[in-house]
Design a protein around this ligand. Structure first.
Ligand SMILES: Nc1ncnc2c1ncn2[C@@H]1O[C@H](COP(=O)(O)OP(=O)(O)OP(=O)(O)O)[C@@H](O)[C@H]1O
Ligand SMILES: [Mg+2]
Length: 227
């Protein structure tokens, strides 16, 4: 058992194992994130930040080690169980928003709720509230291509929070924005996280942003070490 929002124990991952192209990325990662704690994950490009976040968010599996979400061990669980836990427990934000281009901002926030069996009217109301918190009420019916990069990323935050997850995983969420926009968008993300009391792991190259989180950890030689 584990009381943490996220507990990673001894996580290892090698891509293309047993081939000449084998890449050992993670080699015994231990990381525990308490409820409400916001952790910055910093490391150079290629160190394995995305790999680690994908394993923590049940988008990929580790070769070794255990993933606990909200105290529940997810290692080796059936795909259906992992998918359900991912939808309920985890919100994921990518560097490039990955919004669905043919749907509006509001619809992009409604869809993950419908996948989680939330009634449509409730889902629409929640989408409206979330868009209001990031100042995008007037953009609710715009498609992603009609939004600026910063607006797209704020919609992506709303989508990640749509099912009120206990854990937010953000993979360089402002890495694709200019410094000024990055700052504003990061502030919006932090406000949402603090308001909901979520735990979060935010991968970033930006040490100024990292310093505004509760704790900074580094990925080094396949392991997580304190900054
Ligand atoms: N599907 C894959 N197959 C083989 N190697 C991969 C695969 N995905 C990632 N890698 C390799 O694993 C290493 C870690 O990649 P990862 O994307 O996790 O790094 P990162 O820290 O997120 O980097 P960045 O800051 O550039 O996003 C890299 O060397 C990458 O080339
Ligand atoms: Mg990455």
């Amino acid at each position: 058992m584990s009381e943490a929002a996220l507990d990673l124990r001894g996580i290892a991952k090698t891509y293309n194992p047993g081939t000449p192209g084998a890449v050992s990325v993670l080699d015994g990662v231990d990381l525990s994130v308490s409820q409400g704690e916001v952790v910055a994950l910093v490391a150079p490009s290629g160190a394995g930040k995305s790999t680690l976040l994908h394993i923590a968010g049940l988008l990929d599996t580790a070769d070794r080690g255990q993933v606990f979400l909200g105290g529940q061990e997810m290692t080796g669980k059936a795909d259906a169980t992992r998918t359900r836990a991912r939808r309920r427990e985890v919100g994921f934000v990518y560097q490039f928003h990955h919004l669905l281009p043919e749907f509006t901002a509001a619809e992009n926030i409604v869809l993950p709720q419908l996948a989680n069996a939330v009634p449509a009217a409730t889902a629409r109301a929640r989408a409206g509230e979330l868009l209001e918190t990031v100042g995008l009420t007037a953009r609710a019916d715009h498609r992603p291509a009609q939004l600026s990069g910063g607006e797209q990323q704020r919609v992506a935050f709303c989508r990640a929070l749509a099912n009120a997850p206990r854990l937010l995983l953000a993979d360089e969420p402002t890495g694709n924005l200019d410094p000024g926009t990055s700052d504003t968008v990061f502030a919006a993300l932090m406000a949402l996280v603090r308001e909901t009391g979520m735990a979060a792991v935010v991968a970033t190259h930006n040490l100024d942003l990292a310093a505004r989180m509760d704790r900074v950890v580094r990925l080094e030689a396949g392991q997580v070490v304190p900054q």
